[in-house]
Ligand binder design. Structure first.
Ligand SMILES: Cc1ncc(COP(=O)(O)O)c(C=O)c1O
Length: 450
């Protein structure tokens, strides 16, 4: 412990933040110090795992704009990962930044006591762009936190106990969220967690029906079915047409609350404001996050039908939750501006058209490299390219990164590489991405002798 040392570090970091331009020595120092700090104060495993597609250089993200981010040495990358769905409207979109800046100069957070008008306007606007009678909102800070609220609301509103989720589903990593998660790696170290959770096979209505009916036949009560309209983390899994509607009918039959987790699929990415709009299904509760803050501020939440807001919650709204920062003015200004940008620029249409363009190019590579690419699938700008082996996917992701294109694909998980670029990315840049992917695929073909 040394406050003098802390002061030295603070001076340096704050100096970097306010510097107009960094000197070559500062860039070099920051690179070394960043590696040391991650190893000594964050997690030694982080660099190896997180940045596994990078070469020996430590790529430090330092600036971003539109569909690009730039490393500390000024090398620009086309961002096709899009923060797993954060950057649907691009990086630091000026049409969003200007409102956040204006709000920052007036008020950032709130006293926690009086009413904040922006929260009300945001809830109203959201209710207008979501289907059916979705109306009451509760704002949170992270996706998993929103999922917690959805799970709690389902229990309090229905008075029932069990949750049914789907194999492969991903809803975040807090206790409730991993309890309904469908991937063993994230769950096993923390077992036992919420006990009343059953998992059905995703996209299989017969299995979902069996899962519901077995619980009911044995005297259990089911609070909610939770699922992603398209599974993201599982590798872009699109359920068969009519699946979401059939789950809705099943939930209606047994008076089960239906939760759609639209944290990744929402805000225009899949070609409609939210995926449930396109499928014409109204859930009882819907979660949203990621791009909801316009790629500027973290803000997530739930929206629910009025029938879910039971008397108990009206009498004491704090039973559900009372996050200090949930729905703060600065975050609300970002979300208001993000919705405005999405609606006025018809982002769903952009995502649909550009998604088709990308899918066409990627499918052509599936024909050209049949021993490398197993399947290409996607809707809008939520696209997955599945390879025959994880090592092959990793090699392609690495090849793309070397060519200054960022996609998902880490050493441990590259069987399906996700493309979730900004809907504002130009066709010219998508053309560059496809050309560079062609080169990366050719290199991989050679490397693995395929
Ligand atoms: C569908 C879905 N739900 C929940 C989450 C968790 O969000 P967060 O990482 O903000 O907690 C994610 C994150 O990837 C997600 O894709």
């Amino acid at each position: 412990m040394s406050s003098a040392k802390a002061q030295e570090v603070l001076e340096k970091a704050l100096g970097y933040i306010t510097a107009v331009e960094l000197t070559d020595q500062q860039k070099k120092d920051m690179t070394g110090e960043c590696i040391d700090n991650y190893n000594n104060y964050i997690n030694p495993g982080w660099l190896k795992y997180r940045k596994s597609v990078s070469t020996n250089e430590a790529f430090i993200e330092w600036e971003d704009h539109d569909s690009y981010f730039t490393d500390i040495y000024g090398t620009e990358f086309i961002d096709c990962l899009g923060g797993f769905g954060i950057y649907t409207f691009g990086h630091r979109n000026p049409e969003i930044v200007k409102y956040v800046e204006a709000q920052l100069h007036r008020q950032a957070l709130h006293s926690q006591e009086l009413l904040d008008p922006l929260r009300g306007y945001l809830a109203q606007a959201l209710s207008e762009i979501t289907p059916g009678d979705l109306q009451y909102c509760f704002f949170t800070n992270g996706g998993a936190e929103a999922v917690e609220m959805a799970l709690k609301l389902a229990r309090i509103a229905t008075g029932k106990k069990w949750y049914i989720s789907t194999i492969g589903g991903f809803h975040g990593k807090t206790y409730g969220a991993i309890s309904v998660g469908g991937k063993n790696t994230y769950r096993t170290p923390y077992l036992p967690m919420i006990q009343q959770v059953a998992h059905a096979i995703y996209g299989d209505i017969a299995d979902m029906t069996r899962t519901v009916e077995k619980l009911i036949a044995t005297g259990e009560s089911i609070a909610a079915v939770i699922l992603e309209p398209i599974q993201g983390e599982a590798g872009i899994i699109i359920p068969p047409a009519g699946y979401l509607k059939a789950v809705r009918e099943l939930c209606d039959k047994y008076e089960i609350c239906l939760i759609f987790d639209e944290i990744q699929t929402g805000m225009g990415r899949t070609g409609s404001y939210f995926r449930c709009c396109e499928e014409d299904v109204t859930p009882d509760i819907m979660t949203y996050g990621k791009a909801f803050g316009g790629g500027i501020m973290p803000i997530t939440g739930i929206i629910a039908r009025p029938k879910m807001w039971v008397e108990e919650l009206k009498e004491n709204p704090w039973i559900l939750g009372s996050p200090t920062f949930g729905g703060n003015p600065l975050a609300c200004s970002a979300a208001l501006a993000a919705i405005n940008f999405m609606v006025t620029n018809d982002v769903p249409k952009l995502a649909r058209e550009k998604g088709e363009f990308l899918l066409k190019g990627l499918n052509a590579f599936k024909e050209k490299y049949p021993t490398i690419i197993r399947e290409v699938r996607g809707i809008g700008l939520m696209i997955g390219v599945e390879f025959f082996e994880s090592e092959i996917g990793y090699s392609v992701a690495k090849g793309l990164f070397a060519r200054r294109v960022m996609t998902a694909g880490t050493l441990n998980n590259a069987r399906t590489i996700r493309f979730e670029p900004a809907a504002t990315t130009s066709y010219e840049d998508f053309g560059k991405v496809l050309n560079r992917l062609d080169e990366a695929l050719a290199d991989t073909k050679k490397e693995f002798n395929l």
